[in-house]
Design a protein around this ligand. Structure first.
Ligand SMILES: NC(=O)c1ccc[n+]([C@@H]2O[C@H](COP(=O)([O-])OP(=O)(O)OC[C@H]3O[C@@H](n4cnc5c(N)ncnc54)[C@H](OP(=O)(O)O)[C@@H]3O)[C@@H](O)[C@H]2O)c1
Length: 335
């Protein structure tokens, strides 16, 4: 169905306003003005999907949406009880068989071990939703020596995409969806400051830098996977009422309160990117509410050499994940 008259103008005004765009006002207006296709009619029957961080919030909801669309979903959590509970609830709600696996995705060894297990049990992967993440206010280093925000949001996602790329290629056309954040608009891509030093660590800035890095890596993956039929996009959910948001930003969460999106509204674009025919040829883009959006809003985050910086980031990720990509593990050498 054609969009309502003036829909593009209203969308542009909302987008410019930030708050109008990121809250449920943006979701409600866009879904009506553009007559969105219901997710239930965007089918994924016979497709295999992974959703990370599916024990809570957006990931939990996205996994259920994909299962309702007909996908065979494997959820990944880090806590056995929470993961089994989510698996059982999604299976009961959708009537689908749902798989579950465990990995602390701040650890590259556990990320690689999960990819190994999955590759032994499956010969294809149609949809990879890289959603697990958190805004962590205290500087934390993992047992493997990586700052935890970079490890979870950047290195682990890179490793999982790398290790599972043969399965994604086997299922092509297939789709990788990274859940980034509108917070990335505040930071520029800078490999030298991606890993903060402990004394000047600011959790919100560290998180935003990693989300900016995800957007840059989606572009890099797009170049590296050109002609394979695998697309890689980032999206942001707006501001959604989830346990993660309530814990990380309690004051913000209280103030925006009733205007926050529901997890279903926040996760809608994940499920749309996974299944919509019109999304299948798009790659390297940053989506909100079923449309590609600008990657910069502020002049200070733009850099003329962003492409070169993204290539540096790619080399950093390749190097740091290399020890976890042994010959026996599935995965392409992306260098
Ligand atoms: N809510 C928003 O408004 C908003 C806005 C922008 C972006 N996002 C992004 O959306 C994604 C989901 O966030 P959410 O708001 O839904 O938060 P959430 O309710 O806290 O859910 C986060 C999920 O990620 C998992 N996770 C976190 N660290 C992990 C690790 N090291 N290993 C394995 N799993 C891990 C959590 O597992 P546990 O249950 O074990 O903790 C949980 O399942 C995140 O990437 C976040 O940055 C959210």
């Amino acid at each position: 169905m054609r969009p309502a008259p003036g829909a593009k103008l209203v969308d542009a005004v909302l987008e410019a306003s930030v708050a109008g765009s990121f809250t449920r006002i943006g979701y409600k207006a866009r879904s009506r003005l553009f007559h969105w296709t219901p997710l239930g009619s965007l089918r994924l029957d016979g497709k295999v999907a992974i959703v990370t961080g599916a024990t809570s919030g957006l990931g939990r909801t996205a996994a259920e949406l994909l299962a309702r669309q007909g996908a065979e979903v494997c959820i990944v959590g880090r806590d056995p009880d929470r993961t089994e509970r989510a698996r059982a609830e999604i299976a009961a709600a959708t009537g689908s068989a749902v798989e579950a696996d465990l990995a602390d995705l701040s650890l590259l060894s556990e990320t690689a071990a999960f990819a190994d297990r999955f590759a032994k049990q499956h010969d294809r992967l149609d949809v990879l939703v890289l959603n697990a993440g958190a805004l962590i206010h205290d500087y934390t280093v993992t047992a493997e020596g990586n700052e935890i925000t970079v490890a979870t949001h950047v290195l682990s996602q890179f490793l999982l995409t790398r290790a599972l790329s043969p399965l994604l290629e086997a299922a092509a056309p297939s789709r990788v969806i990274m859940v980034a954040s509108g917070g990335m608009y505040t930071e520029r891509l800078d490999v030298d400051t991606l890993e903060s030093d402990p004394d000047s660590y600011d959790g919100t800035a560290a998180y935003a830098r990693c989300k900016r890095a995800q957007v840059a890596l989606a572009e890099e993956w797009t170049r590296h996977l050109l002609d394979t039929g695998v697309t890689v996009n980032t999206m942001h959910p707006g501001w959604a009422d989830t346990p993660g948001l309530r814990t990380a930003l309690p004051g913000f969460s209280r103030i925006v309160g009733p205007l926050l999106r529901t997890p279903e509204e926040g996760a809608d674009t994940i499920a749309w990117l996974a299944a919509a025919p019109e999304a299948s040829a798009q790659s390297g883009l940053f989506f909100l509410d079923r449309r590609a959006r600008a990657k910069h809003r502020l002049r200070r985050t733009r850099r003329p050499d962003e492409g070169r910086e993204a290539a540096r980031l790619w080399r950093l990720c390749t190097k740091r994940t290399a020890p976890y990509c042994t010959e026996s593990r599935a995965g392409n050498d992306p260098s």
